[in-house]
Design a binder for this molecule. Structure first.
Ligand SMILES: [Zn+2]
Ligand SMILES: [Zn+2]
Length: 392
């Protein structure tokens, strides 16, 4: 391990510079062309085999060990957000209105560091290391498209590792979670159809406002009455529209909302309950209800064996006292879930908080920034994690 520590130290400055270059030149989801070119150019300089244009703006790289063995993939997301950066520093975003406010610049830099060191180790490597530079984490889910373009095949990937910087965790520490980690997301559109009439003659119409109100209230009983109090979900109606004027009963009301669940069974069951409530409540009032579901990311569930390895590596490198065991899952989403759904995986958080230096702002805030000390630690942890997985 000391050798690897030295190797990481030797490239630390270069990796910080790469991270700053990426931070300066952020690109939105599915438009990461220059980012892709920068990654590709860097890999080419280091002699690392790769293919670009996977899922349009992604890259899959590979370091083939000289000895046969398993294949471990490491994933970094590469996209930025439509946010105007408020930080003032030399490497502030040059692309106005776009910012690496979720730390994907750090993830990409860490993965490049991992790649450079594994390339130096390829003669002793037993097995292969695959590199996934994935676009569009923040919007449409580039992970899903990379899998459809066979990134998990040839050679077949046995394990996938991913990480995310966390401003809630002090630099030098990591956060791990066994099992359920991030939620599945479904976008809901609900239409309540009634019959228009004069507002003074409600008996001549069917009021979709009343139907909509009853649907919203009834939906909350799924959370409070149908699911175990220990099974967390979020069901939110965030938008409602309908009607044209105060004295007219509308003929339809449309609502939009989100459903977040932590496992596939709860996801399937809850959607069934929503459909029944929407249709039956409307029907009981003489109208019609329709539910349209747009499925988004699946739940991210970590594999116990891979988390064990990440935990063990972290114990050796940073010590037990610097591992934070996350008690609760997160009802946010993370498209690493697509990889975890296919292959045994672990996604963990790496601290980037530094109160003294003022790196305390939330992800997706216009003043988010990281303590760059997390870069070399991320590289070291991921190399040791991957080496341990190759030995499995
Ligand atoms: Zn984000
Ligand atoms: Zn992110």
């Amino acid at each position: 391990m000391n050798d690897i520590k030295e190797m990481v130290k030797a490239i630390e400055e270069e990796i910080i510079n790469i991270r700053r270059y990426l931070h300066k030149n952020p690109e939105l989801s599915n438009q990461e062309y220059r980012t892709m070119d920068k990654i590709s150019e860097t890999l080419r300089t280091w002699g690392i085999e790769h293919e670009k244009g996977i899922a349009k703006t992604g890259i899959v790289g590979i370091i083939r060990g000289k000895k046969p063995g398993k294949t471990v993939a490491l994933r970094a997301d590469i996209d930025a957000l439509p946010i105007d950066e408020a930080n003032e520093m030399e490497y502030k975003s040059l692309n106005e209105g776009v910012m690496h406010a979720c730390g994907h610049d750090a993830h990409t830099a860490i993965l490049l560091g991992v790649a450079k060191i594994f390339k130096q180790m390829e003669n002793e490597l037993e097995g292969n290391i695959k590199l996934f530079f994935q676009p569009a984490e923040e919007t449409t889910g580039g992970a899903d498209r990379m899998i459809k373009e066979a990134c998990l095949e040839n050679p077949k990937v046995d394990y996938v590792l991913g990480l995310h910087v966390s401003p809630d965790i002090e630099v030098g520490k990591i956060g791990i979670k066994y099992g359920k980690f991030y939620a599945a997301s479904d976008m809901l559109t609900i239409v309540a159809k009634g019959k228009s009439s004069h507002g003074a003659s409600p008996d001549k119409g069917i009021d979709p406002m009343i139907i909509a109100a009853n649907i919203i209230l009834s939906l909350q009983t799924i959370v409070s009455r149908n699911l175990s109090p220990f099974n967390s979900i979020a069901l939110t109606i965030g938008e409602i529209s309908g009607g044209t004027q105060g004295n007219i009963i509308a003929n339809r009301v449309q609502m939009k909302g989100i459903l977040r669940t932590l496992d596939n069974e709860t996801r399937r069951y809850t959607k069934g309950r929503i459909k029944t409530i929407v249709e039956k409540v409307a029907e009981s009032m003489g109208g019609q209800g329709e539910l349209i579901v747009h499925e988004s990311y699946p739940p991210l569930i970590n594999d116990d064996l891979v988390v064990d390895i990440v935990e063990k590596t972290a114990k050796n490198i940073i010590g037990q006292e610097n591992i934070i065991y996350k008690e609760f899952p997160n009802l946010g989403t993370e498209d690493f879930a697509y990889f975890a759904q296919e292959v045994k995986s672990c996604f963990f958080e790496i601290g980037c908080r530094n109160e003294k230096l003022g790196y305390v702002n939330d992800l997706h805030s216009n003043s988010f920034n990281i303590d760059e000390g997390c870069l070399s630690l991320g590289i070291l942890l991921q190399i040791e994690n991957a080496l341990a997985l190759l030995k499995q």
